[in-house]
Design a protein. Structure first.
Length: 258
Protein backbone atom coordinates (compact mmCIF):
# COMPACT_ATOMS: atom_id res chain seq x y z
CA UNK A 1 0.00 0.00 0.00
CA UNK A 2 1.41 3.39 -0.99
CA UNK A 3 2.06 5.76 1.91
CA UNK A 4 0.10 9.03 1.78
CA UNK A 5 1.90 12.09 0.46
CA UNK A 6 3.08 14.10 3.49
CA UNK A 7 2.62 17.33 1.51
CA UNK A 8 -0.82 18.55 0.44
CA UNK A 9 -1.52 21.22 -2.18
CA UNK A 10 -4.41 23.69 -2.32
CA UNK A 11 -5.07 26.50 -4.76
CA UNK A 12 -6.26 29.85 -3.41
CA UNK A 13 -6.62 31.92 -6.52
CA UNK A 14 -3.17 32.61 -7.94
CA UNK A 15 -1.56 31.25 -4.74
CA UNK A 16 -0.57 27.61 -4.27
CA UNK A 17 -0.51 26.54 -0.60
CA UNK A 18 1.75 23.55 0.15
CA UNK A 19 1.27 22.07 3.61
CA UNK A 20 3.73 19.69 5.27
CA UNK A 21 1.46 17.39 7.24
CA UNK A 22 3.47 14.44 8.55
CA UNK A 23 2.15 14.51 12.10
CA UNK A 24 3.56 11.12 13.06
CA UNK A 25 7.02 12.16 11.86
CA UNK A 26 6.79 15.67 13.36
CA UNK A 27 7.33 17.14 9.90
CA UNK A 28 10.94 16.06 9.86
CA UNK A 29 12.83 16.20 6.57
CA UNK A 30 12.57 12.73 5.05
CA UNK A 31 12.78 11.46 1.47
CA UNK A 32 8.94 11.41 1.08
CA UNK A 33 8.68 14.93 2.54
CA UNK A 34 11.35 16.20 0.17
CA UNK A 35 9.68 14.52 -2.79
CA UNK A 36 6.33 16.05 -1.86
CA UNK A 37 7.77 19.56 -1.62
CA UNK A 38 9.65 19.08 -4.90
CA UNK A 39 6.47 17.98 -6.67
CA UNK A 40 4.55 20.96 -5.32
CA UNK A 41 7.18 23.49 -6.38
CA UNK A 42 7.48 21.83 -9.80
CA UNK A 43 3.73 22.22 -10.20
CA UNK A 44 4.01 25.92 -9.35
CA UNK A 45 6.81 26.34 -11.87
CA UNK A 46 4.90 24.63 -14.67
CA UNK A 47 1.48 26.23 -14.06
CA UNK A 48 1.65 29.80 -15.33
CA UNK A 49 -1.50 30.74 -13.42
CA UNK A 50 0.39 30.30 -10.12
CA UNK A 51 2.10 33.54 -9.11
CA UNK A 52 3.09 32.78 -5.51
CA UNK A 53 3.50 29.79 -3.19
CA UNK A 54 2.93 29.45 0.55
CA UNK A 55 4.81 26.71 2.43
CA UNK A 56 2.99 25.80 5.64
CA UNK A 57 3.35 23.14 8.30
CA UNK A 58 1.32 21.84 11.22
CA UNK A 59 -0.01 24.31 13.81
CA UNK A 60 2.43 22.99 16.42
CA UNK A 61 5.39 21.98 14.21
CA UNK A 62 6.48 23.70 11.01
CA UNK A 63 9.53 21.46 10.60
CA UNK A 64 11.66 19.76 13.26
CA UNK A 65 14.73 19.40 11.04
CA UNK A 66 16.23 16.25 9.59
CA UNK A 67 15.17 12.77 10.63
CA UNK A 68 17.73 10.95 12.79
CA UNK A 69 18.57 8.35 10.14
CA UNK A 70 19.52 11.20 7.83
CA UNK A 71 21.65 12.92 10.46
CA UNK A 72 23.53 9.67 11.12
CA UNK A 73 23.59 8.57 7.48
CA UNK A 74 26.11 9.17 4.70
CA UNK A 75 26.80 12.65 3.38
CA UNK A 76 24.75 12.11 0.21
CA UNK A 77 21.69 11.23 2.29
CA UNK A 78 22.26 13.94 4.86
CA UNK A 79 23.82 17.22 3.77
CA UNK A 80 23.60 16.89 0.01
CA UNK A 81 19.96 15.81 0.05
CA UNK A 82 18.83 18.68 2.27
CA UNK A 83 20.95 21.12 0.27
CA UNK A 84 19.09 20.00 -2.85
CA UNK A 85 15.81 20.61 -1.01
CA UNK A 86 16.77 24.16 -0.11
CA UNK A 87 17.83 24.88 -3.70
CA UNK A 88 14.31 24.07 -4.84
CA UNK A 89 13.14 27.32 -3.28
CA UNK A 90 15.69 29.49 -5.04
CA UNK A 91 15.00 27.63 -8.31
CA UNK A 92 11.22 28.10 -8.04
CA UNK A 93 10.45 30.93 -10.49
CA UNK A 94 7.78 32.54 -8.30
CA UNK A 95 8.13 33.83 -4.71
CA UNK A 96 7.60 31.45 -1.80
CA UNK A 97 6.24 32.62 1.56
CA UNK A 98 6.92 30.46 4.64
CA UNK A 99 4.04 30.19 7.12
CA UNK A 100 6.06 28.84 10.05
CA UNK A 101 3.22 28.68 12.56
CA UNK A 102 4.70 25.81 14.55
CA UNK A 103 8.18 25.26 15.93
CA UNK A 104 11.06 25.30 13.44
CA UNK A 105 14.36 23.81 14.60
CA UNK A 106 17.73 23.37 12.90
CA UNK A 107 17.19 22.49 9.27
CA UNK A 108 13.51 23.28 9.77
CA UNK A 109 14.37 26.88 10.56
CA UNK A 110 16.63 27.06 7.50
CA UNK A 111 13.73 25.76 5.42
CA UNK A 112 11.65 28.75 6.54
CA UNK A 113 14.48 31.24 6.07
CA UNK A 114 15.26 30.01 2.55
CA UNK A 115 11.82 31.19 1.45
CA UNK A 116 11.49 34.66 -0.05
CA UNK A 117 9.30 35.93 2.84
CA UNK A 118 9.12 34.33 6.29
CA UNK A 119 6.17 34.58 8.72
CA UNK A 120 6.66 33.28 12.29
CA UNK A 121 4.34 32.78 15.27
CA UNK A 122 4.73 34.91 18.39
CA UNK A 123 4.56 31.85 20.67
CA UNK A 124 6.34 29.10 18.73
CA UNK A 125 10.05 28.45 19.16
CA UNK A 126 12.79 28.79 16.59
CA UNK A 127 16.34 27.54 16.95
CA UNK A 128 19.59 27.18 15.02
CA UNK A 129 20.54 24.37 17.40
CA UNK A 130 23.50 22.84 15.55
CA UNK A 131 25.98 23.34 18.42
CA UNK A 132 23.68 21.54 20.85
CA UNK A 133 24.09 18.43 18.71
CA UNK A 134 27.85 18.83 18.66
CA UNK A 135 28.44 19.87 15.05
CA UNK A 136 29.06 23.11 13.19
CA UNK A 137 26.38 25.00 11.21
CA UNK A 138 25.56 23.76 7.73
CA UNK A 139 23.44 24.49 4.65
CA UNK A 140 24.24 28.19 4.62
CA UNK A 141 23.12 28.77 8.22
CA UNK A 142 26.01 31.17 8.88
CA UNK A 143 24.49 33.45 6.24
CA UNK A 144 20.76 32.73 6.50
CA UNK A 145 20.39 33.17 10.27
CA UNK A 146 22.22 36.53 10.64
CA UNK A 147 20.62 37.80 7.41
CA UNK A 148 17.13 37.09 8.77
CA UNK A 149 17.54 38.06 12.41
CA UNK A 150 20.35 40.62 12.33
CA UNK A 151 24.08 40.19 12.80
CA UNK A 152 24.15 40.26 16.60
CA UNK A 153 21.04 38.19 17.31
CA UNK A 154 21.82 35.78 14.48
CA UNK A 155 25.31 35.17 15.83
CA UNK A 156 23.89 34.60 19.32
CA UNK A 157 21.42 32.05 17.95
CA UNK A 158 24.21 30.16 16.20
CA UNK A 159 26.61 30.26 19.16
CA UNK A 160 24.14 29.27 21.90
CA UNK A 161 21.87 26.96 19.92
CA UNK A 162 18.98 27.86 22.22
CA UNK A 163 15.40 28.34 21.07
CA UNK A 164 13.63 31.70 20.97
CA UNK A 165 9.94 32.46 20.96
CA UNK A 166 8.83 34.48 17.99
CA UNK A 167 7.85 37.42 20.16
CA UNK A 168 11.39 37.63 21.58
CA UNK A 169 12.82 37.66 18.08
CA UNK A 170 10.41 40.46 17.14
CA UNK A 171 11.26 42.47 20.25
CA UNK A 172 14.93 42.20 19.36
CA UNK A 173 14.41 43.53 15.86
CA UNK A 174 14.30 40.37 13.74
CA UNK A 175 13.87 41.11 10.05
CA UNK A 176 11.03 38.65 9.53
CA UNK A 177 7.26 38.91 10.01
CA UNK A 178 6.09 37.81 13.48
CA UNK A 179 2.35 37.62 14.07
CA UNK A 180 -0.21 36.02 16.39
CA UNK A 181 -0.11 32.23 16.37
CA UNK A 182 -3.59 31.77 14.93
CA UNK A 183 -2.97 34.37 12.21
CA UNK A 184 0.24 32.98 10.73
CA UNK A 185 -1.27 31.09 7.81
CA UNK A 186 -3.82 33.78 7.03
CA UNK A 187 -1.17 36.49 7.11
CA UNK A 188 1.16 34.43 4.91
CA UNK A 189 -1.63 33.83 2.38
CA UNK A 190 -2.49 37.54 2.49
CA UNK A 191 1.13 38.47 1.75
CA UNK A 192 1.26 35.91 -1.06
CA UNK A 193 -1.99 37.29 -2.44
CA UNK A 194 -0.54 40.79 -2.51
CA UNK A 195 2.54 39.44 -4.28
CA UNK A 196 0.34 37.61 -6.80
CA UNK A 197 -1.28 40.84 -7.92
CA UNK A 198 1.78 41.48 -10.11
CA UNK A 199 2.14 39.74 -13.48
CA UNK A 200 4.02 36.46 -13.31
CA UNK A 201 6.68 37.72 -15.70
CA UNK A 202 7.39 40.65 -13.38
CA UNK A 203 7.63 38.32 -10.39
CA UNK A 204 10.01 35.89 -12.08
CA UNK A 205 12.26 38.73 -13.24
CA UNK A 206 12.31 40.31 -9.77
CA UNK A 207 13.13 36.96 -8.16
CA UNK A 208 16.17 36.70 -10.42
CA UNK A 209 17.21 40.22 -9.38
CA UNK A 210 16.97 39.20 -5.72
CA UNK A 211 18.84 35.94 -6.24
CA UNK A 212 21.98 37.36 -4.60
CA UNK A 213 20.67 36.23 -1.19
CA UNK A 214 20.51 32.65 -2.44
CA UNK A 215 23.98 32.83 -3.96
CA UNK A 216 25.32 34.15 -0.63
CA UNK A 217 23.70 31.23 1.21
CA UNK A 218 25.19 28.75 -1.28
CA UNK A 219 28.65 30.31 -0.81
CA UNK A 220 28.26 30.02 2.97
CA UNK A 221 27.17 26.39 2.62
CA UNK A 222 30.28 25.62 0.58
CA UNK A 223 32.49 27.22 3.24
CA UNK A 224 30.71 25.31 6.03
CA UNK A 225 30.82 21.88 4.39
CA UNK A 226 34.24 20.56 5.44
CA UNK A 227 33.96 21.55 9.11
CA UNK A 228 30.42 20.22 9.30
CA UNK A 229 31.37 16.89 7.78
CA UNK A 230 34.28 16.47 10.17
CA UNK A 231 32.28 17.35 13.28
CA UNK A 232 29.00 15.55 12.55
CA UNK A 233 30.81 12.28 11.89
CA UNK A 234 32.74 12.49 15.15
CA UNK A 235 31.85 10.35 18.18
CA UNK A 236 30.59 13.24 20.32
CA UNK A 237 28.12 14.44 17.69
CA UNK A 238 26.91 10.89 17.08
CA UNK A 239 26.36 10.43 20.82
CA UNK A 240 24.46 13.71 21.13
CA UNK A 241 22.29 13.04 18.09
CA UNK A 242 21.20 9.69 19.51
CA UNK A 243 20.65 11.14 22.98
CA UNK A 244 18.98 14.44 22.12
CA UNK A 245 17.10 13.84 18.87
CA UNK A 246 13.45 14.52 19.56
CA UNK A 247 14.03 15.90 23.06
CA UNK A 248 14.34 19.55 21.96
CA UNK A 249 11.07 19.42 20.05
CA UNK A 250 9.31 17.54 22.87
CA UNK A 251 10.42 20.17 25.39
CA UNK A 252 9.12 22.99 23.18
CA UNK A 253 5.78 21.25 22.70
CA UNK A 254 5.41 20.54 26.42
CA UNK A 255 6.15 24.14 27.31
CA UNK A 256 3.64 25.45 24.76
CA UNK A 257 0.88 23.26 26.20
CA UNK A 258 1.39 24.61 29.72
Amino acid sequence: MTAPNPVTAERRGAVLVLTMADRAGRNRITAPMQAGIAAGLASAAENTTVRAVVLAGLPDVFCAGAAMDRMLGPRAQRTEAVSALLRLFSDCPVPVVAAAQGHALGGGLLLALTCDVTVLSDVSRYAANFHQFGFTPVLGATHLVPAAFGTSLGAEMLWTGRSYRGRELAERGAGVVVTGHERVLADAVRIAGRIAQAPRDVLTRTKKLLSGRHRAAEAAAAAEAADHEETITGPEARRRIRALHGQRLAAALDEQER
